[in-house]
Ligand binder design. Structure first.
Ligand code: AMP
Length: 287
C-alpha cells in the first residue's frame, strides 16, 4: 500500500508537519489547488517533486477559496472530492496535504488588507470577473505565508493567474521560485478542468471548440497574428452553443502581441452554464 500524505487542517499542524524538514535544512515545494484533482494537478505535483531532493517536502493545498468567486459564480456547487484527492496525492508522493477550513484561512472573515492585482487584473478574465484576481493573489500570498515554500508550481492552464503570481512574487519580493507547468489535455484536446464535470454530453462536444480554435491559431501562426486570430475566430463562429467572452492574442507576459516571435492565444467561453478558459503558446511569423 502507498503511504498517504499527512493531512494538516490548521497552521499549527502544518508547522509541526514541516518542522523536521526545515530543521534539517530541507526545501519545501508547493502546489496550491482547489481540489477535485485530476491528471493536470498530478503533473504539477510531479514537476514539483522532480525539482526536490529526497529530504525535501512536497505540500499540496486543497482549499476552495471563497474570496476568488464572484456573486452568482459556482462556489457552492464547486466539486469537492476529498477522499479521491488524497489518493491522487498519495500516488504523487505528496508529503503533506494542507486542507484548512475557511475560518482557518480567514479568521474574522474577509481580510481588510488584500493584494491588488494592478492593471493586469482588469483585462481578459479580470474584465469578466472584476474581483477574481484580488481573491486569487490574496489567498496565494496567505498560503505562501503559511507554507513558506522555496518553490511553487502553477498550471499554464490558468495563464493570466500564472503571469499575475509571477508579478506579485517579483513586485512584493516574496522569494518563491514560481514554476509554470504545461496544460494537460484529454486525447481529443480538451484541457482538463475540475469544471468539465459540469458539462453534459452535448456541452462536452461544444467545449472542444475552445482547443480547436486555439489549435487553428497555432497552425496559422506563421502567417502572422491577424491570420492566426481570424483562423481561431472562424472556428468559434461556426460553433453552436459556445458563447465567447474573449479571444485574445498577446505577448507571453500578456502585453500587446509582437509582429514576430513568441506569443499567447487565449480564449474564454460559456457553454450552457459552464464557463471554460484555455490558452496555447504560439510563434508568430517566420522568424
Ligand atoms: P485549481 O484547482 O483549478 O485552482 O487549479 C490548481 C492548479 O492546477 C492551478 O495552478 C491550475 O492552473 C492547475 N491546472 C488546472 N488544470 C490544469 C491542467 N489541465 N493542466 C495543468 N495544470 C492545470
Amino acid at each position: 500500500m502507498i503511504k498517504g500524505p499527512l493531512v494538516a487542517t490548521t497552521r499549527d499542524e502544518l508547522a509541526a508537519a514541516l518542522k523536521g524538514v526545515r530543521a534539517a535544512g530541507g526545501r519545501v515545494g508547493f502546489v496550491p489547488t482547489m481540489g477535485a484533482l485530476h491528471a493536470g494537478h498530478a503533473s504539477l505535483m510531479a514537476e514539483a517533486r522532480s525539482r526536490l531532493a529526497p529530504g525535501d517536502a512536497l505540500v499540496v493545498s486543497i482549499f476552495v477559496n471563497p474570496l476568488q468567486f464572484g456573486a452568482g459564480e459556482d462556489l457552492d456547487r464547486y466539486p469537492r472530492t476529498f477522499d479521491a484527492d488524497l489518493e491522487l496525492c498519495a500516488g504523487q508522493a505528496v508529503d503533506v496535504v494542507l486542507a484548512p477550513s475557511v475560518d482557518e484561512v480567514y479568521p474574522g472573515g474577509e481580510p481588510e488588507v488584500t493584494v491588488e492585482p494592478g492593471p493586469l487584473g482588469t483585462v481578459l478574465e479580470g474584465a469578466v470577473r472584476p474581483t477574481h484576481f484580488r481573491g486569487v493573489l490574496t489567498v496565494v500570498a496567505k498560503l505562501f505565508g503559511l507554507v513558506q515554500p522555496d518553490l511553487a508550481v502553477f498550471g499554464q492552464k490558468d495563464y493570466q493567474q500564472l503571469v499575475l503570481i509571477r508579478r506579485m512574487v517579483a513586485d512584493l519580493c516574496m522569494g518563491v521560485e514560481v514554476v509554470g507547468g504545461p496544460t494537460v489535455r484529454e486525447d481529443d484536446g480538451l484541457a482538463l478542468s475540475s469544471r468539465n464535470e459540469y458539462l453534459s454530453a452535448d456541452d462536452r462536444v461544444a467545449a472542444l471548440t475552445l482547443s480547436g480554435a486555439l489549435r487553428a491559431a497555432v497552425d496559422a501562426a506563421t502567417e502572422g497574428g491577424d491570420r492566426a486570430l481570424a483562423a481561431a475566430r472562424d472556428v468559434l463562429d461556426h460553433a453552436p452553443g459556445v458563447d465567447v467572452d474573449y479571444l485574445a492574442l498577446t505577448s507571453p507576459d500578456l502585453g500587446p502581441a509582437p509582429a514576430d516571435g513568441e506569443a499567447r492565444v487565449l480564449v474564454a467561453a460559456r457553454i450552457g452554464s459552464t464557463r471554460l478558459i484555455d490558452n496555447m503558446p504560439l510563434h508568430l511569423g517566420g522568424s
